[in-house]
Design a protein around this ligand. Structure first.
Ligand SMILES: [Zn+2]
Ligand SMILES: [Zn+2]
Length: 168
């Protein structure tokens, strides 16, 4: 008996609200609703900021992140960050497929652009006012045959090269 009364009351309430809601939508909301979905499409095309952890789907904690190839990925917890490190490239490509635009981070050069080895600060070359370090003399020689190509590659990965004033 109690259930029946409750149900009837609820139906009455819904019926009372429904005509008003439909009327509003028919007259005024239609136009703005179209605009809304259009704006949403644009946001996806342009890329939206990351809000969800790529591992768990929970909201991100801005204090927990990892940088990979000059891009920053945020997580909800340290466990997800650890999971990311198993296959970062895969996680990043999924984020991008979802229309997420990752934050670019610039990093100092730590790796040789030729061999990928750890740089030796005593081995460097300057091209176009930018200083590049290498792991060994052989890499420096290789770089000097096509410096622009290596610099372009490094900058595409988010490496910020030291600026040197031209002395000539
Ligand atoms: Zn997590
Ligand atoms: Zn080398």
């Amino acid at each position: 008996m109690f259930t029946r009364i409750l149900t009837t009351t609820m139906i009455t309430a819904v019926l009372a609200l429904a005509p008003a809601a439909f009327g509003q939508q028919g007259d005024h909301s239609n136009h703005s609703e179209k605009q809304g979905s259009h704006a949403k499409m644009n946001a996806k095309a342009m890329g939206q900021a990351q809000t969800a952890c790529p591992i768990s789907g929970k909201p991100i904690d801005k204090k927990i992140y990892a940088d990979y190839n000059g891009e920053r990925v945020y997580f909800c917890c340290e466990d997800c960050k650890a999971a990311f490190k198993n296959d970062p490239a895969e996680v990043i490509s999924k984020l991008k497929a979802d229309g997420v635009k990752l934050e670019k981070v610039s990093m100092m050069q730590t790796k040789c652009p030729v061999m990928g080895g750890k740089i030796d600060k005593k081995l460097s070359a300057v091209h176009d006012g930018k200083k590049v370090y290498f792991c060994c003399p052989a890499c420096k020689a290789k770089f000097e045959k096509d410096p622009a190509k290596y610099i372009e590659k490094m900058e595409a990965q988010g490496v910020k090269l030291e600026k040197v004033k031209k002395s000539e």
